[in-house]
Write a protein that binds this ligand. Structure first.
Ligand code: HEM
Length: 159
């Protein structure tokens, strides 16, 4: 398999990467937006998952809860992915050697694929009560994947 090292080295030397590293406030400012968006992402997904568990907004159809909260999820995702890219560029060589970074990217890939396929199908179901087991299973997998992304992201700073 060809090494990704030259690509990471190129990322580390881009104009944006150098500019973020040179600035004292750029990294913490971008990371603040990364984490603010994280609260919106987790919050909006948690509300949908708790509805799938039947613990919240029980009188509302799941598809309606999705309609209200999904735009917040997507908006937060756009901010997370773009701010994450900027953080990554500024420390691409550190990320290359960081196990938690690779674990995070793996979980992020799985979380996005799951969210935009199976999960979306379940929450967009028109049934007032989609098969309880299916709904709970989708919520459990969703929680597990997004929490894993968050934990691995936090671990980048330590490992
Ligand atoms: C929805 C997806 C994401 C979640 C839930 C997430 C979560 C997190 C968390 C919890 C942190 C730790 C912040 C801290 O240490 O205080 C973090 C930092 C970071 N994230 Fe993300 N992130 C996401 C997307 C991305 C993407 C797409 C990238 C890169 C392409 C990325 C790159 C980074 C980098 C480089 C850091 C800083 C690590 C460090 O040096 O401490 N993130 N992220």
């Amino acid at each position: 398999m060809p090494s990704l090292l030259p690509f990471f080295r190129w990322c580390d030397e881009t104009f944006v990467a150098v500019a973020v590293r040179k600035s004292v406030i750029a990294f913490p400012t971008i990371e603040t937006f990364h984490l603010l968006a994280l609260t919106l992402l987790f919050g909006s997904i948690a509300i949908q998952n708790l509805r799938l568990f039947g613990l919240l907004l029980k009188e509302q159809p799941i598809s309606r809860v999705e309609k209200i909260f999904a735009p917040w999820t997507y908006g937060a995702l756009v901010v997370m992915l773009s701010s994450g890219l900027l953080l990554f560029l500024s420390e691409a060589m550190k990320c290359y050697g960081s196990d938690p970074f690779w674990i995070k990217m793996g979980f992020l890939f799985l979380a996005l694929v799951f969210h935009f396929t199976i999960y979306r199908k379940v929450v967009r179901s028109q049934d007032f009560r989609p098969a309880l087991l299916k709904a709970r299973l989708a919520a459990t997998v969703s929680f597990a994947l997004w929490i894993s992304v968050g934990l691995a992201g936090r671990a980048i700073a330590f490992l």
